[in-house]
Design a protein. Structure first.
Length: 559
C-alpha cells in the first residue's frame, strides 16, 4: 500500500450504526470437540456458553484457530496465544515466527543476516551459547530448527558451543523431555567429532526457570540467569540426560517445573557459564516468554534482580521480540511486520478501548492483540488494566484464577459507558488445562463461564453487543488420542494426559440488545478463522474494515 493512498479513516458501515459498546471476550484455550469425559468444557457446568451455542444458529459458529489459518507452517501445527491473538487483532494472516525461521534456515539467509554476522565475531575466541525451549511443540521453538542452527553455526566457524535447555511438557507430553535431551546430546556428540566442543551446560523446567512472561515472577528468570550465566544451580550433574532423569524421579516432578541444574566436569566445575567475549542466542521464536531474559541479557541498567556478573557478550534473539522496545537489538530473523492492527485503526477512528486480563495473559489482549506492540497507541483513548496473577503456584491449585476479578473490571468498564470496545481474556481453560489436572480444569471452565455471564449481563444493561470467542483449544481435550480418536494409554495402562493446545476450531458467538436487527453470520465463509474476527468487530462498531483485512463473518439480511 503506497503511503499516498493510505488513510487511517475507516468508512462508515452502510447499515450498522455506531454507538453500541462492543464487549469482546476471549476464552483462552476453549475449543470445540466431541463430548466425552476428557472434554472438560463438556463436563463442566457452563450454562452461559451452552446457551450461546444452543440459542441462535446464525449467531454461533466455529472458526479455525490453528495451522495455516493463523500463519503457522502447516495444518498439523496446533494454535497458540501469540498467533491466535495476532490474528484476532490484526485481521490478517501473517507468516509467523515459526515459518519465517524455517524459511531463513532452509535458504541459508539466516547466516547472511546482520544478527548472525554480529554473533559470529565471537566465534574465534568465545563460546556460542544457545538458550531456549527444547521440544518439537512448535509454539515457542522447535528442535529441528535448533538442530539446523547448531549445524549451521559450526559450519560458519563456531568452535565451542553450549546449549542451555528448558524442558517442556506443556506443548508436548510430560516426560518427553528425556527423549529430546538424548537426541540433542547425540547431536552434540556428532558435532564433537567434527572438531566442535559442544555440550548441554544447564537447564530447568520452562515454568520454573527462565521462561516467565509479563513480569509475573522475576525469580523464574533469576533461576535461569544463575544457571545459564553464572553456572550456579542447586543441582549439579555430569550430563543433562542424567539431570533430567534424576530430577524427574522426585515426587510430583514434571517437565514443566524441573528445578534448575548445571552440568559439571570431573572437578565439579560448571562446563558452560557465560563469560566476557561469548555469543548468546535465545533460540525461541515466540516473544512473550523471551522478553524478560532478553532484558537481563541486554540491558546495561537492570534492577529486577542482582545479576552478580553482567558479562560483555554479543547477544541476538532468534527474532526481535518487541518491536517497540527494539528488544533485542540484534536478531537472526526479522519478525512478522504486523502493522495497521484493528486496535490502531479503531483508536484513530475515535473508539475508546478498554482491555483487561490477569498478568499471565495480560500481554495477550494488549501486546499480541496489537501485533506485538507494547504500550498504548493513544493513552487518551485506551485503558489497559492488569490484575496481578498468583505467582509461584501451578494453576490447578487455584483454578478459578482471577476470572471473577477480570469480569468485574469489564463489567465496571461497560457500565461506566466510557468505552466503545471492552476486551478481555479469561485464562482459566488454558492455564489450568496445561497442568493436565482434569478435575481442576472442569472447575476452571465453570469459572470462565461465570465470568462470561457477568460480562453479558452488563452488556444487556447498557444495550450493547457481545462477541465471545477463543484463541485456540486446550480444555476441550485432555487426552492424547490415536488417529481414530481413541485415548492412548502409556506402558502402565494409564491414559496419556494431554497438557497442550489442540487443533480444534473455536466457537464465536455474537449477540446482545445492541446488535443491529437481522445481523447474522454469513454462510459463505465456511473456512473462516480468527483473522476474520477483526473485520467483524469493526462492522459491529459501525465501520467497514480496510480492504486488505480478511472478510467479515457477518451480514445484514434484509427481511
Ligand atoms: O503458556 C504458553 O506459553 C503457551 C503454551 O506454550 O500457551 P499460550 O499460547 O496459551 O500462551
Ligand atoms: Mn491462549
Ligand atoms: Mn496455552
Amino acid at each position: 500500500m503506497g503511503s499516498s493512498d493510505f488513510s487511517w479513516k475507516l468508512a462508515d458501515h452502510p447499515m450498522i450504526p455506531k454507538g453500541k459498546p462492543v464487549a469482546i471476550v476471549v476464552l483462552d484455550g476453549w475449543g470445540e470437540a466431541n463430548p466425552d469425559q476428557y472434554n472438560c468444557i463438556h463436563t463442566a457446568d457452563t450454562p452461559t456458553m451452552d446457551s450461546l451455542k444452543k440459542g441462535a444458529p446464525e449467531k454461533w459458529r466455529l472458526v479455525r484457530a490453528h495451522g495455516t489459518a493463523v500463519g503457522l507452517p502447516t495444518d498439523d501445527d496446533m494454535g497458540n496465544s501469540e498467533v491466535g491473538h495476532n490474528a484476532l487483532g490484526a485481521g490478517r494472516i501473517f507468516a509467523q515466527g515459526a515459518k519465517l525461521v524455517d524459511l531463513a534456515l532452509a535458504s541459508g539467509k539466516i547466516y547472511e543476516g546482520e544478527g548472525f554476522k554480529y554473533i559470529k565475531n565471537s566465534f574465534d575466541k568465545g563460546t556460542l551459547h544457545l538458550i531456549g525451549l527444547l521440544s518439537d511443540g512448535g509454539v515457542h521453538s522447535r528442535l529441528d530448527q535448533l538442530q539446523l542452527l547448531l549445524k549451521g553455526a559450526c559450519e560458519h566457524g563456531a568452535k565451542r558451543v553450549r546449549v542451555h535447555i528448558l524442558t517442556d511438557g506443556r506443548d508436548v507430553l510430560d516426560g518427553s523431555s528425556i527423549g529430546f535431551v538424548e537426541t540433542l546430546e547425540t547431536d552434540l556428540k556428532n558435532l564433537h567429532e567434527k572438531c566442535v566442543d559442544a555440550q548441554i551446560a544447564s537447564g530447568g523446567g520452562r515454568m520454573y526457570v527462565t521462561m516467565d512472561r509479563y513480569e509475573n515472577d522475576w525469580n523464574v528468570v533469576k533461576r535461569g540467569w544463575d544457571a545459564h550465566v553464572l553456572g550456579e544451580a542447586p543441582y549439579k550433574f555430569k550430563s543433562a540426560v542424567e539431570a533430567v532423569k534424576k530430577l524427574r524421579e522426585e515426587q510430583n516432578a514434571n517437565d514443566q517445573y524441573l528445578p534448575p541444574f548445571v552440568t559439571v566436569d570431573d572437578n565439579g566445575k560448571a562446563v558452560g557459564p557465560i563469560v566476557d567475549g561469548d555469543a548468546v542466542v535465545t533460540f525461541n521464536f515466540r516473544a512473550d516468554r523471551m522478553v524478560m531474559i532478553a532484558k537481563a541479557l541486554e540491558y546495561e541498567d537492570f534492577d529486577k534482580f542482582d545479576r552478580v556478573r553482567f558479562p560483555k557478550i554479543r547477544y541476538a534473539g532468534m527474532l526481535q521480540y518487541d518491536g517497540e522496545l527494539k528488544l533485542p537489538s540484534h536478531y537472526l530473523v526479522s519478525p512478522p511486520e504486523i502493522e495497521r492492527t484493528s486496535g490502531e485503526y479503531l483508536v484513530n477512528n475515535g473508539i475508546h478501548t478498554f482491555a483487561c486480563s490477569e498478568t499471565v495473559k495480560f500481554g495477550h489482549v494488549t501486546f499480541f492483540w496489537n501485533g506485538n506492540h507494547s504500550g498504548y497507541f493513544n493513552p487518551e483513548m485506551e485503558e489497559y488494566v492488569e490484575i496481578p496473577s498468583d505467582s509461584g503456584i501451578s494453576f490447578n491449585v487455584k483454578p478459578m484464577m482471577k476470572a471473577l476479578e477480570i469480569a468485574e473490571k469489564a463489567r465496571d468498564a461497560i457500565l461506566s459507558r466510557k468505552f466503545d470496545q471492552i476486551r478481555v481474556n479469561l485464562p482459566n481453560g488454558d492455564m489450568v488445562g496445561h497442568t493436565g489436572d482434569i478435575e481442576a480444569t472442569v472447575v476452571a471452565c465453570k469459572a470462565a463461564d461465570d465470568a462470561v455471564r457477568m460480562i453479558l449481563d452488563a452488556i444487556e444493561q447498557v444495550g450493547g453487543i457481545y462477541v465471545v470467542t477463543a484463541d485456540h483449544g486446550n480444555a476441550e481435550d485432555m487426552v492424547k488420542r490415536n488417529k481414530s480418536g481413541k485415548p492412548l494409554l502409556d506402558k502402565n495402562g494409564n491414559i496419556q494426559i494431554l497438557t497442550s493446545h489442540t487443533l480444534h476450531p473455536v466457537p464465536i458467538a455474537i449477540g446482545g440488545p445492541g446488535l443491529f436487527p437481522s445481523v447474522k453470520f454469513r454462510k459463505d465463509v465456511p473456512d473462516g478463522g480468527l483473522a476474520n474476527v477483526a473485520a467483524t468487530v469493526m462492522n459491529l462498531l459501525g465501520f467497514e474494515a480496510p480492504n486488505d483485512y480478511e472478510t467479515t463473518l457477518i451480514e445484514v439480511v434484509d427481511n
